[in-house]
Design a protein around this ligand. Structure first.
Ligand code: FHN
Length: 453
């Protein structure tokens, strides 16, 4: 009855959704993205990604080190040692906030199958560890207390479960492999899908996650039909839940942020790569602060400038940045990663008007600058000092009324040409990392089509 009710509710919601939220070019045939939830997501622009689990005890990569750097038998027993006594949700959420991040997405269950909460549907979870309790509940509550949106990553593939048909590591393992599913495998996948739906319902109904951040859809056992069914199921549980494009098979590669409307998903997820400018289909780059997703001792981190420029190129392309940290096995965040994030937070707090609630463009990103806009303002993020003149094409119908440095309000000299403006800049920019200039317009900046410089 429950299952029928869900489908029935979805059918009603589906039609309502069609009426209330049908924007142009929906990503999901017959079930448009919840546009208000999507706008709130895009306005946040910057989130914290957290990859964590018992594997952090060994400082190796989550899931991918199972059966490679760490023997499978050892990997699958790590949970018996996992006792993050120094975990403090307020510290984690405080670190995200200090970085200027507005949401947090944590690996609730990665490809290794371990659940970071006390799930009713598995014993391979935090309740079975010496720590003895889930961390997601505390994290979700702390996020709500500090005004950070709480989100959950969830892997479709599970190399731990015997009823999951794909094995890793395996000599002929490959991404996007094609393979016919025999009836026995199909039955196994149906059972496994029921397990996933049960766990996802826990995350939605008991942890109030705002997004299901799927991963692992590339394996042959997961099909387009399953992806569409899963998308509809989740939207039937919570109509404003956001679901990334890894619920289905529409990705054209790990770094891709293009959109194929035949496939389900509310936003694209280019990985370790800043997506191409796209202000038609929402996208979010996910990227590590170092090289590894899970914690690695003494790992080389990206520099402050690289971190901030990664954020600016992403929002300048009209995307979000989900920036990853790997907490330590004792439950603390790595102080080196926290310090780097604080440096990002200091820059963002001085320039936040040019980040939050903005959209990318109209000037397309170049090596010299990116731009964002909001209402009647364009924000130019100058990434390096390159000359005392900056010429900006602009259609005649729109006028720049004034220009100034965002941080201290110092006016910037403007010269109007027939179909452009020339700004006079100082030889060296006030902020060597990135300096923001605000252009005040006489019309909404959103009316300007993207401009290639
Ligand atoms: O295999 C995962 C990987 O471990 C990590 O979770 C990233 C980030 O989303 N996604 C997959 C592919 O790299």
């Amino acid at each position: 009855m429950k299952q029928f009710t869900c489908i029935f509710v979805f059918m009603i919601c589906g039609f309502q959704l069609q009426a209330q939220y049908s924007g142009g070019g929906e990503a999901n045939p017959g079930l448009p993205t919840h546009l208000e939830a999507l706008k709130e997501f895009q306005d946040m622009r910057f989130g914290m990604f957290v990859h964590w689990g018992p594997v952090s005890l060994r400082g190796e990569e989550i899931s991918w080190s199972r059966g490679r750097e760490i023997p499978i038998e050892e990997y699958d027993q790590l949970y018996k040692e996992f006792n993050p006594e120094l975990f403090n949700a307020a510290d984690w959420v405080g670190a995200a906030k200090a970085a200027g991040m507005k949401y947090l997405v944590i690996t609730s269950r990665h490809h290794d199958g371990f659940s970071l909460w006390d799930s009713r549907y598995t014993d391979y979870d935090m309740a079975a560890t010496p720590y003895g309790k889930g961390v997601l509940k505390e994290l979700a509550k702390e996020c709500q207390k500090q005004g950070i949106k709480f989100g959950t990553y969830y892997s479709i593939c599970d190399w731990y479960r015997p009823d999951y048909p794909v094995v890793y590591p395996d000599p002929d393992y490959s991404f996007n492999k094609e393979k016919t599913m025999d009836p026995v495998t199909r039955e196994k996948m149906d059972q496994y899908t029921t397990f996933m739906k049960n766990q996802l319902r826990e995350l939605i109904e008991e942890y109030n996650t705002f997004v299901i951040w799927f991963d692992g859809e590339w394996e042959w056992a997961w099909t387009h039909e399953m992806g569409m069914d899963m998308y509809a199921y989740l939207r039937g549980l919570k109509e404003d839940i956001l679901i990334n494009n890894r619920v289905d098979k529409g990705r054209a590669g790990m770094e891709d942020n293009s959109r194929d409307p035949r496939y389900a998903g509310d936003f694209a997820t280019p990985e370790q790569n800043i997506g191409d400018f796209d202000n038609q289909y929402a996208w979010e780059t996910c990227m590590t602060i170092g090289k590894q997703w899970a914690w690695k001792p003494d790992e080389t981190l990206k520099s402050k400038k690289e971190c901030i420029h990664t954020l600016l190129y992403t929002i300048g392309g009209d995307g979000n940045l989900l920036f990853n940290v790997g907490p330590m096995p004792d439950g603390r965040m790595d102080p080196r990663q926290i310090n780097r994030l604080k440096e990002m937070g200091r820059w963002i707090s001085m320039n936040q008007e040019a980040v939050y609630g903005t959209r990318g463009g109209p000037y397309l990103p170049t090596t010299r600058m990116v731009s964002t806009h909001k209402d009647y303002r364009i924000y130019l993020h100058l990434l390096k000092s390159s000359g005392k003149k900056l010429t900006l094409p602009l259609e005649k119908e729109i006028r720049i009324k004034a220009a100034r440095f965002l941080v201290d309000g110092t006016p910037v000299k403007l010269k109007r040409n027939s179909d452009s403006y020339t700004l006079s800049l100082p030889g060296s920019l006030p902020d060597k990392t990135a300096t923001v200039i605000v252009l005040e317009l006489d019309k909404p900046a959103s009316e300007i089509e993207p401009i290639k410089l």
